[in-house]
Design a protein around this ligand. Sequence first.
Ligand code: FE
Ligand code: FE
Length: 291
Amino acid sequence: MDPSSPAKAPSLAHDPGHAWEEFVVASVYPEPGTKAKADYRNYDAPARDTVREFYRENHRHQTYDFVQRKRREFLALERKRMSVFEACDFLNTLVDDSDPDIELDQLQHLLQTSEAIRRDGHEDWFVLVGLMHDLGKVLCLYGEPQWAVVGDTFPVGCRHSERIVYHEFFADNPDSVDPRYNTPLGVYTEGCGLRNVLMSWGHDEYLFHVMKNYLPEPALYMIRYHSFYAWHREGEYAWLTDEHDRQMLPWVQKFNPYDLYSKSPHPPNWTELKPYYENLVAKYLPANVAF
Ligand code: FE
Ligand code: FE
C-alpha cells in the first residue's frame, strides 16, 4: 500500500461491502496469478484502518445471542415487498459519491458478476445469482450497521476458526469465553449439516431466506454461503457439514471468483441488458418479493 495516497483508504462507512471486497481481493485472496498488494496484518498501513475497525466491531458483536435476535427481527420478511429491480435501485442509493476512486456502484458489481457468469455459458439461474447475490445489503437501508451486513461470515455457537481474517478480535467476543460456545462443536453435533448451524448475521443469510422458495438448491447455497470464506476457501468447519453440504460446496466455490474478480474495464450497459434480465427474473421470481 502506497503510504503517499491516504485518500485511497476504503470508505467502508459509505459503501457497504465494496471497500471490504476490495480489501479481500487486494490483501487476502488475490486473483490467481497475482500477488497480494500488502499483507492485511501490516498494522502500519493506515489505509487499512477502516477495514480493521470494521472487523473489530464485527468479531466483537456477532454472538450467538445477537444472531438469534436479528433472525427474529428480520426473517419474518415483513418489511417491504418489492421487485428485484426495485431492490437493485434501492440498493444503489448506497453509492458512495464522496470517493471517486470507488467507481463501481452496487448495481455495477451485480451486473459485472452476472455478465461474467453469462459469458462463461452457465445455467440461467447461476446468472441470476450473480445479479442478486448482494441484494441482502438492503439491510443497510433499514439502518443496520456495516458489521451486521457485510464481511465474511462464520458459524456462531461454536469456536471461531483461526483461519478467519483478524481472528484475534474474537477475544472481545463474549462467546469466546463461554464454555457453551467455545468448543469446536459448541451447541452443534458433528456432521449436523450447515442448515442446522447459525451463521453470523449478514446479507447472505437474509437473502437466502428471501429467495429460498424460488431458486434451485445450488443457487441457494451460493447466496447463503458466498461470504463463508473459512469454509469455501480455507476448508474449515468440515466437522459441521454433512454430505449434502459437501455436494454443494463446489457450487459455492465456482461462484466466488465471479464475485471477487469480475471487475471489468467496460461497465455493462444496464439499459441494453435490462430486457434479458427482466425475462430471467420473471422466469424464477414473482413480480414482488417479500423482504
Ligand atoms: Fe456479498
Ligand atoms: Fe458481491
